[in-house]
Every structure is written in C-alpha cells, then in structure tokens.
Design a protein around this ligand. Structure first.
Ligand SMILES: C[S@@+](CC[C@H](N)C(=O)[O-])C[C@H]1O[C@@H](n2cnc3c(N)ncnc32)[C@H](O)[C@@H]1O
Length: 290
C-alpha cells in the first residue's frame, strides 16, 4: 500500500476513535515509524510501505485509537523548544506551562537568582528548561513519584545537566531539608496537581486513562491544597526571594492572596497562558520580611 492511502485510512480510523486531531496524528505516527521529519512526509506520499512497515504502523495506530497519548507512543515531546523523553512514568509537559517558565526567568534575571527548586518535576521539564536557559543556575528537582524521577534523570542525562540539576524524592519541600538546600534556595517553582476530583471524569480519555492520576488531582475541594502546602512550607526557607506556581482556571486570585497573606509578598504577578487563562502566579518576597 502507498503511504498516502495508509495515511487516509489511519486518519479515518483515528477520527472514528474520537481523536481530536486525526490528520496530524496519522502523519506524526507515520513520520515516527519511517524516521523522517514531519515536514518531509508529504514528499514520501507515493512511497510503497513494506509489509513490515504496514504491521508496525498498525500497532502504533491501534495504540492511538485506544487513546494512548501521541507523546507516549512516540516517546518524546518538546517543551520550551527542548526535546524531552516522554512516557507514562510522568505527566506530559503542557505548552501552557511555558508561561510559568517565562515568568520564572524574568524573576531569576531581575533578582539575580542562582539556586532554585522545582517541586513536582515530573519529566523534569521546568527544571531543565530553566537550567538550559540560564547556565549559571543550580536546580533541585523533586517529586514523590520514583517513576517520574527516573524519567527526569533520563532527561537530565539527555541534556548533560547532571552537574547543575539534582534530583530528590519526597513530598513538597521536605527534600530540601534532607539535602541541605533549605538554607540557600532562593526560588521555588512548581506546577503542582490542581485538578479537582469532581472535574476528573470530564477530562479527555488520553489524560484520564493514561497520565498518572497523582500528577493531576488535588484532593482539596477547590484543588488548591498543594498550593497552600507549598506556600506554607516556603515560610521556613530563610533565603527565599520568590515563589512561582502554576494554577488551574479560576485559582489565580486565591493563590495570589495566599502569597500576599502567608508570605507577605511585596509584589504578586499573574500571567496568562496561550488561551488567555490566568496560569502562573508569582510572589516576590521582601528581604527579611518573613
Ligand atoms: C502537574 S504535574 C507537573 C509535572 C511537571 N512539573 C510539568 O510541569 O510537566 C505534578 C507533579 O507533582 C508530583 N507530585 C504529586 N504530589 C506531590 C507531592 N506531595 N510532593 C511532590 N511532588 C508531588 C507528581 O508526581 C507530578 O510529577
């Protein structure tokens, strides 16, 4: 069968399975299989697929029709322009989280920060993007999930950053105390779980059935239990200058208030994501005011 025909058949089956970008996904799976850049796939449309290639394409297609995320099937994704290994051990980094990275970089530059911690690092996306963007930065990346930390370690190795990105396991800010980072860390960055349990059934099948549940759900009724815990624990960090947190839709005002009240932040900044939703909240702390 010609590639063109295989792509058309795949697109139809993906649409029937409820995949919301069937044309793109059919092409992305074929590009992955044939190991060609997506941009060059059109030039290969008349190519005849071998029986082996057809069988391998079918395997990929069946997985995607079962609504496994494309990034888990191809094993990689891009975040902030950097490649990351991506598999079910951790949440797939979202483009919306780049707003948190942008805001963090601005604060790192403005306050001349060199030591920060990324709490709940998952693939290591935020920690690595910040370290790659600012070569003088030292980062501690933490998670409770051992599987996520293994994946983050693979990504740290992929980018050759083992000398500047350390990994530690434990809840919220606890690993900072275990590793003696607590006394010197200047900034906390985190994209914590913030989906409310009652909103979980409404998520897309790709997310609900395949991404780690503990990376998504916060058990507090308003989905902000993690934000409250992190902010509260930040009070124990003597060198802290800034905290930047990702928030869900409708959570920014409350998290901003939390930063003003619990941390006595002298400035609170809220940034929107690509869909114009308030997505990142940062508090800048006055020196010696806690
Ligand atoms: C929304 S995901 C964010 C992952 C990654 N930072 C990103 O932006 O793609 C939340 C992460 O927090 C981790 N997590 C959940 N509970 C935690 C806790 N109590 N302490 C530390 N990390 C936690 C999850 O394992 C998951 O990796």
């Amino acid at each position: 069968m010609k590639l063109k025909q295989a792509l058309n058949d795949a697109q139809r089956r993906l649409a029937q399975a409820g995949v919301d970008t069937p044309e793109f996904d059919a092409r992305a799976l074929a590009a992955h299989l044939l190991d060609v850049p997506l941009s060059q796939l059109t030039m290969q449309q008349m190519r005849l697929l071998t029986g082996e290639e057809m069988a391998a394409y079918e395997t990929l297609l069946v997985r995607r029709c079962r609504r496994q995320p494309l990034q888990y099937i191809v094993g990689s994704t891009e975040f902030y322009g950097y490649e990351l290994i991506c598999d079910p051990r951790a949440l797939i980094p979202r483009a919306d989280t780049e707003a948190l990275v942008d805001l963090s970089l601005e604060l790192i530059d403005e306050l001349e920060l060199t030591r920060l911690a990324d709490i709940g690092t998952g693939t290591g996306a935020i920690a690595l993007a910040l370290a790659l963007e600012r070569p003088n930065l030292q980062v501690l990346a933490t998670d409770t999930s051992g599987a996520a930390l293994e994946l983050a370690e693979d990504n740290v190795a992929l980018h050759g950053l083992a000398d500047r990105v350390a990994l530690a396991r434990g809840p919220w800010l606890e690993p900072l105390h275990d590793t003696r980072w607590a006394g010197t860390v200047e900034m906390i960055v985190s994209n914590p779980p913030y989906v409310r349990e009652r909103d979980f059934p409404g998520l897309m099948a790709e997310i609900r059935e395949h991404e780690p549940r503990e990376a998504l759900i916060d058990t507090a009724a308003d989905g902000m239990g993690a934000h409250r815990t992190i902010v509260e624990q930040c009070r124990l960090l003597p060198a802290l200058r800034a905290v930047a947190l990702e928030v869900g839709e409708g959570q920014a005002t409350e998290v901003a208030k939390l930063m003003r009240n619990a941390l006595r932040a002298r400035e609170v900044i809220i940034r929107k994501d690509l869909g114009s939703i308030d997505r990142a909240v940062a508090g800048v702390l006055g020196i010696g005011e806690r």
